[in-house]
Write a protein of this length. Structure first.
Length: 175
């Protein structure tokens, strides 16, 4: 199969898993691309975190999942990291992690044999739920000063603060 557009290196199992993932994504209606064979980038639509970009890479023995959640917190590092670690105890298939810059991700690793339509639905549903439900708490703990500054800047200019309404309590707390 050398030179085919969807060639995945490694084992027959890795190739079959990539095929399962490719077919599931095509049927899912999710925005996705396959920039390299066996590497998928999926955009999960949320409510609080509007979009969660998720990378899924099929390896020789496992599938890795990485979803960007938030950049390195500006402040309250201990509170953010404690919240993430406490939350990790309750997560399915993925866990919060930091990269070398301190940016926050959800990461997971599943054996190739675990990749079924039902499991893809469960794991990507979990990523979406965890990304969406964690976004505001992370921002509250790690970016409160920036939120207050943005609120003040917008109100001083008569601009909308609509997308900051979830953080109104941070403004009241600072008065």
């Amino acid at each position: 199969m050398s030179g085919t557009p969807h060639e995945v290196g490694g084992s027959v199992a890795a190739q079959a898993t990539a095929g399962t993932l490719r077919q599931w994504l095509a049927e899912s209606g999710l925005d996705h691309e396959e920039p390299r064979p066996g590497t998928f980038v999926v955009t999960l639509p949320g409510e609080r975190k509007q979009l969660t970009t998720t990378s899924i890479v099929v390896g020789d023995h496992a599938v890795t999942i990485n979803a960007f959640i938030a950049r390195h917190p500006d402040e309250g590092h201990e509170a953010v990291y404690r919240w993430l670690l406490e939350r990790n105890r309750r997560l399915y298939g993925v866990a919060f992690a930091l990269d070398h810059l301190g940016d926050i991700y959800l990461t997971g690793r599943l054996p190739l044999s675990a990749i079924t339509d039902a499991e893809l639905d469960r794991i990507l549903g979990s990523v979406l739920e965890y990304a969406d439900s964690s976004f505001n708490p992370i921002l509250e703990r790690g970016f409160a000063t920036a939120i207050r500054r943005e609120w003040a800047w917008r109100t001083a200019r008569g601009e909308s603060t609509g997308n900051l309404d979830a953080f109104r309590h941070l403004i009241a707390d600072s008065d």
